[in-house]
Design a protein around this ligand. Sequence first.
Ligand SMILES: Cc1ncc(COP(=O)(O)O)c(C=O)c1O
Length: 444
Amino acid sequence: MSPVIRLETELPGPKSKAINARRAAAIPKAVANQSGIALTHADNALLTDVDGNRLIDFAGGIGVMNVGHRNPALVEAVKSQLDHLTHACFAVSSYESYVALAERLNRLTPGTHEKRTLLVNTGAEGIENAVKIARHATGRPAIVAFEHAFHGRTNLTMALTAKPMPYKKGFGPFAPEVYRVPFSYCYRCQSAGGKTCCQASAAYWERIFAGLVDPTEVAAIVIEPQLGEGGFVPADPGALTALAAFARQHGILFIADEIQTGFGRTGKMFACDHYGLVPDLIVTAKSLAGGLPLAAVTGRAEIMDHVHVGGLGGTYGGNPLACAAAIAVIDVMERDQVLARGQAVAATLRARFEALAGRYQFVGDVRGLGAMLALEIVTDRTSKAPDKARTTRIQAEALKRGLIILTCGTYANVLRVLVPLTVEAAVLAEGLDVLDAAFSAASG
Ligand SMILES: Cc1ncc(COP(=O)(O)O)c(C=O)c1O
């Protein structure tokens, strides 16, 4: 079989560079440009650039393409929607697809209780709305978030996000009444060594809150069940269960941020499903609509319905094109058994990552749920000092060879995979061969 990657020029090629030059003159440099490549089109897990190069995509537009770039069912649904209705503003007039999508999400998300779904445009807007709703329903001001968390770039979500650079530095002051607690990042825990996570008890959470904020003041805890930007760390099951019990006991709502973990990325529809966790509110976005801007807040009916008429909404939230795309995504996930395909992708990734860990002492940790898998790169396994420089080199060596892969982590030393779950086996294998070569080139 001939290779999938086709390199006509070095990367980025001359036409990409020309667009980059125009970009630099027209667009603030603050918008990062990680690959430097300008695309013309994409198919499933393949990208084509303006210079005619064909690359393999392990980034999926940062976790948006679980059913693949331009999935045919999604393209068909959006084209057909274009011929009928492109905008109404749901606060002015209804259309059936918003309602149908809400019904689907109410059924799909964890828990069999009665639910309601609000549609908005972006992940950050989804989190903002979940917090608004939680505060309104509880009458409490405080929100608890985690170390290493990422929830977005708006003012409130910057406050919830942990990492200063590049997300917060210089952008303050931030929204008040946000309290931060440790995440169960056991690989880097000072008290590591025991069999049980130190956070896996009610006593732990009582102790943490005692020095932080009174639980009766807390509206909600917001958590990514597996950290995304913060380093692809799955929460310890014992810690998450103890925290959920603590929240229940104190009338604190549980908000799961499943913006990056949702829609099959972790091998189940939602990461909460790995933990038997039923959140009060769940926020989804990214792969929900396969590339069209859409986010959803799905929650207990009595909480969602607490807010007065007109208190939630926005001009574009639940736009008809995005709703059509999301319904197509859910149909595809069911029809094409995308969960099972994602589990197969996960098994391949894990085997290849374990092999890399066997060969290279600088692989400190292989971790993640399902296909949301990552490698943490360290200078050595004893000190576990984060090795950002080598991580960046591996990423650059991969790109040179035609593979786009992202990094993440508070210390920017984690390589993460967000390849479409629908990736063909041969494409996945070739992408992993390139990663292998990149490791080898960056190992000296
Ligand atoms: C877990 C998580 N929450 C929130 C967001 C913010 O989403 P958006 O960029 O759509 O605002 C992201 C985006 O990366 C995310 O990964």
